[in-house]
Write a protein that binds this ligand. Structure first.
Ligand SMILES: [Zn+2]
Length: 439
């Protein structure tokens, strides 16, 4: 079994009371910073009747107001282009990114020199050590030069850490596959859906990924790495070990899996993570599904305090087999509160459908969910495609019936199933949009 490597053993393995003392000190520094430099936070704290020095314990933290993405959007709408939530001027910034815009107006984020070169580096060194990457690794990074943060930070930090980077942007999937084989990549990054799509293309091209030097996959951008069936499909088709990698443009890079694969660790030395009920906003115990709330303790450019992530997670504060005490998300990010939809009296997460598709060999893993208007009387529709070009009509029909049955049993709704031609559903390089709501 490979040895566990830590980036900052003390911070990763300290007892919870010690960790909370460390976090409280950093939180108080951040509160002073935002109160002094961020007009939005000064308004929020004044509105709540709180001064930075009022926060004397982690318990006091619950008095602080939450921050929501719509506040950042509104702030930039009223004070274009950067808004008034950040703590630096454009002159101090050296990098800018914007969120993907899947939930409303994209939010623009500036980073200063310290955030880009030091804080991002530190955050990603936790990832590098967690994944067991070394200077001998050759990293294939398929993403395009653009405003979306994607792999920018990971690539920049790994470069500083001495890994070789193969820039895989500006290529079609087939060319990317040839490049990673020709250049001897050992680690490949991608969203779970794009990694699956690449494996499908490799099989069509006759490339033996499992026999290649590629030994690790780093998956980010959407839930999937945490879904056991998706993980299994990825690890099998690539013959590689999969690591979950989570972060957010607004908030930084806060979570990585370790080589023991017992959930996704939060980098608690640099972030405070809380879990709340998405409706009542009351704190939830460990092991219960809820929404993650994050406070970035090291950002200088735009620290966010109690930021509602909209990610659905379960916390586990038990000591990991790797020795880290930093908490773990059980199964990674399990869904998005934004993706969740209410239909026929139940809450449905698209990841549940994905999980079921993995159990049916004759269907590919791509799907669309068409959700009719409430009260229309129509069923929810699941659009699927055969796994292989030569799947027979009766096999496909049987697979569709099986899918309908499992959905009915597990999710308690009766779906209509529509099968379309293999490969005709769109594949996504970035975040996939698989739910279509009808008017
Ligand atoms: Zn661990």
């Amino acid at each position: 079994m490979a040895d566990v490597v830590y980036y900052d053993r003390e911070l990763e393995c300290m007892s919870r009371p010690q960790l909370e003392t460390h976090q409280l000190g950093k939180l108080r520094d951040q509160l002073h910073r935002v109160y002094e430099k961020s007009p939005l936070y000064r308004r929020k704290l004044d509105g709540a009747g709180i001064k930075p020095d009022d926060i004397q314990s982690m318990e006091d933290m619950h008095r602080l107001p939450f921050t929501e993405k719509k506040e950042l959007q509104q702030s930039q709408l009223e004070n274009p282009p950067w808004g008034d939530f950040g703590c630096i001027t454009p002159e101090e910034a050296i990098r800018v990114f914007q969120t993907s815009g899947t939930t409303g107006e994209p939010v623009k984020i500036m980073l200063n020199r310290k955030d880009w070169f030091e804080n991002f580096y530190q955050q990603f060194m936790h990832y590098r050590c967690g994944y067991g990457l070394t200077e001998k690794d050759i990293l294939f990074v398929p993403f395009n030069y653009g405003l979306f943060i994607a792999w920018w930070g990971f690539q920049a930090a790994m470069e500083q850490a001495g890994l070789m980077i193969i820039p895989g942007g500006g290529q079609r999937t087939k060319d990317r596959l040839r490049s990673m084989i020709d250049w001897g990549a050992t680690v490949v990054c991608g969203t779970p859906s794009y990694l699956l799509a690449m494996a499908e293309t490799a099989a069509e091209m006759g490339i033996d990924l499992a026999g290649s030097p590629i030994r690790k996959l780093v998956a980010a951008g959407e839930p999937g790495a945490g879904i056991p069936a998706t993980r299994q499909a990825l690890e099998k088709s690539w013959g590689a070990e999969l690591f979950d990698d989570i972060g957010a443009t607004e908030c930084g890079n806060f979570g990585h899996e370790c080589i023991r694969h017992k959930g996704t660790h939060i980098v608690e030395g640099l972030f405070i993570a809380e879990i709340v009920d998405p409706v009542t906003l009351e704190p939830l115990p460990d092991g219960v599904l809820g929404e993650m709330v994050l406070t970035n303790l090291s950002s200088e450019s735009s620290p966010l305090i109690r930021y509602r992530m909209r990610d659905l997670v379960k916390f586990d504060r038990g000591v990991c087999e790797c020795g880290r005490t930093n908490l773990r998300l059980d199964g990674g990010v399990l869904g998005r509160t934004d993706d969740m939809f209410h239909f026929a009296g139940v809450n449905i997460y698209p990841s549940q459908i994905q999980e079921i598709l993995h159990c049916i060999d004759a269907l590919s893993l791509e799907y669309r969910l068409v959700v009719p208007r409430m009260g229309s009387g129509r069923h929810m529709k699941i659009v699927v495609e055969p796994a292989q070009a030569d799947t027979k009509a009766d096999q496909l029909e049987q697979a569709c019936e099986e899918l309908a049955e499992i959905v009915q049993t597990r999710i308690k709704v009766t779906p209509d199933i529509e099968a379309v031609e293999g490969g005709s559903l769109p594949r996504f390089e970035g975040k996939g949009k698989r739910v279509i709501r009808e008017d």
